[in-house]
Design a protein around this ligand. Sequence first.
Ligand code: FE2
Length: 429
Amino acid sequence: MRSPVVKKERSPIFDLVLRNARLDGQAVDVAVQDGRIAAIGQSVGQGRQEIDAQGRMVSPPLIESHVHLDTTLTAGEPKWNESGTLFEGIATWALRKESLTEDDVIRRATELLRWQAAQGVLYVRSHVDTTDPDLTAVKAMLKVKENVKGLVDLQLVAFPQEGILSYPRGAELLEEALRLGVDVVGGIPHYELTRDMGAESVKIAFTLAEKYDRPIDIHCDETDDPQSRFLEVVAAETIRSGMGRRVTASHTTAFGSYDDAYAFKLMGFLQRADLNFVANPLVNITLQGRMDTYPKRRGMTRVKELWQNGLNVSLGYDDVMDPWYSLGTGNMLQPAHMAVHVAQMTGRKEVMACYDMVTRNAARTLGVQDRYGLAVGRPADFIVLDAQDAWDVLRRLATVTTVVKGGRPIAEATPPEVRLLGERVTFQR
Ligand code: FE2
């Protein structure tokens, strides 16, 4: 088997050259110098190190817009969630939380980030539970963020799992997490004890965001209840504060159950607010619709309609091997593949759009557009996928064969070679 890394000694110009890659249907080389992209084009010159992409697609890295790293890799501890419901998940986590330590969180979160980096996921936004008088997970995740610098760009959201107003000192703990250095303000209005408390909790989140100059990412209306209407409160606060693209509404699964007349009116307000949306198709399709018999709702927000109306939508895994979702590897192509199906985005442009939701749209959600993308002068963070284009990536859930971070190749993988009766099967027409 030929190694994709080829050493060259003569007249080096660049630190690294990615040779024979495919970008927007064109064959290109990508040259890297001092950790940044120095040139993109044909025959860009020599590199001290060269990687042969073998005609495969080059892409900016994958982005995880929404995951819970403090709960990850705990599935089965101390028991499995056999019913698979949100409620047994909460009860199971309450048992696991009793033995939570900083070292425990650091070990598990770091391991999942290693899995993600190995699969080309170089930007991650993780929620971290602040409803704990000791803020154990917050302190642990701040250490993880420092430890993984140079490998993964990790953002943390202060997430009040049990409520800002419904948990003792919930607002104080949320603010303390921001003072300790957590990047983004969170919320969970649909889980507050009353509708009024839910609306008030959104206002508290915006007040804190304005006070500490932080973005907002709220778990909003993660329920099938068509009466859960906190998204309109988030939109109103976004318009009032002018925070626009610094605001993200995560999940918004109730939007999938709203009456069409209300949904149509709301869509106009959302466009005016110009906020971001994060859907979590793997977990939404699994946890929502559980109270339905048949017909059974899909329990996902209106991804296709948000996209058609020009709103920014990105995707998250949400949970990887925890009490709410026991499967997963953190590969962001999996939620993108699921979004194609759950949102019925099977048109060619629609499939491509689902790839955008785990790359450039997600860069906007995380507010990293100024340092993300394949362009001269940008940080040399990119991946090579064993595919022709984004459609092909999602069709075959392509292997990420090379991951480059800051100009340094950090991961490589060989696509599986399949043989039938001695002959190679490529799954290509
Ligand atoms: Fe979540």
